[in-house]
Design a protein around this ligand. Sequence first.
Ligand SMILES: Nc1ncnc2c1ncn2[C@@H]1O[C@H](COP(=O)(O)OP(=O)(O)OP(=O)(O)O)[C@@H](O)[C@H]1O
Ligand SMILES: [Mg+2]
Length: 291
Amino acid sequence: MLVLQNVEKRYGDFTALQAIDLEFKQGIYGLLSPNGAGKTTLIKMLVTLIQPTNGQILYNGKPIEVLGESYRELIGYLPQQFGYYKHYTPAKYLTYLAALKGMNKKEVKQRIDDVLEKVALTEVKHKKMRKFSGGMIQRVGIAQALLNDPKILILDEPTAGLDPKERARFRHLLSDLARNRTVIISTHIVSDIESIANEIIMIKNQELLYKSPVTDICQTLEGKVFETSLSFDHLPSFRETYLTLQEKQEHGKMLVRFVANKPIDPSWNAVHPQLEDVFLAEYENESTIGR
Ligand SMILES: Nc1ncnc2c1ncn2[C@@H]1O[C@H](COP(=O)(O)OP(=O)(O)OP(=O)(O)O)[C@@H](O)[C@H]1O
Ligand SMILES: [Mg+2]
């Protein structure tokens, strides 16, 4: 089990994260926050690329920096910006990375075939990556993270640049991979993880806001999300009073989904909160966090 205890990360005078307590067991953890909230900072600490300024990260009770290489061998990591060589084929690229990782040559070929099979790239394994779609490249990225059959798979915004179909395929793949692993995936797109994550981790103002299953997080807005139909003229003043979550035109009026502390108008329909509602409500004033 991977545990963070009171972890803080400062860059000079700037505190990026503080008072972070987390526990990761098996399953999918979705790290969901807007840009600049500290997702990559958290992930880089988990993969030992940077060290916490304070606090500690333990794997099975031992500090990960003490475990060193024996901890890193358990990790598969897809960085937010992942470098690949477009003139390489997936097979050649993975062979090269396996050599860098010092993997046993005899086992490498079979292992590469296995991981390419897992990410459904077997048919193109000898094709140059130059012409691959964004989804295919991301799957190559996952394949490289899987090379050492990691117990902990950490993916930093793996769905960036994917189309909806590729996103759906990606979710299926992650569910498969999470069967006997810890999978930690960061994103700022709610639908990427809403249906697959066992727990959602949200960071706000440099601190942990939630670490709970989707239903528990949605519960925080229960009884406070409504929908109603408004004329266009009333919309501006309505927006000043209530936080609107969605606005769409319908039959010449506006159908508005919004947050209110209690039902006031009989024409309002109470609806069940979704994760997207909580996300929008929590981060309402921040298009980007940070400095
Ligand atoms: N090396 C660094 N030096 C100084 N500040 C940094 C450094 N790395 C990150 N930061 C700052 O720390 C904060 C968190 O950045 P981080 O990259 O962890 O966020 P993120 O959630 O991954 O964002 P994004 O969604 O854009 O990838 C930001 O305000 C960022 O500017
Ligand atoms: Mg990031």
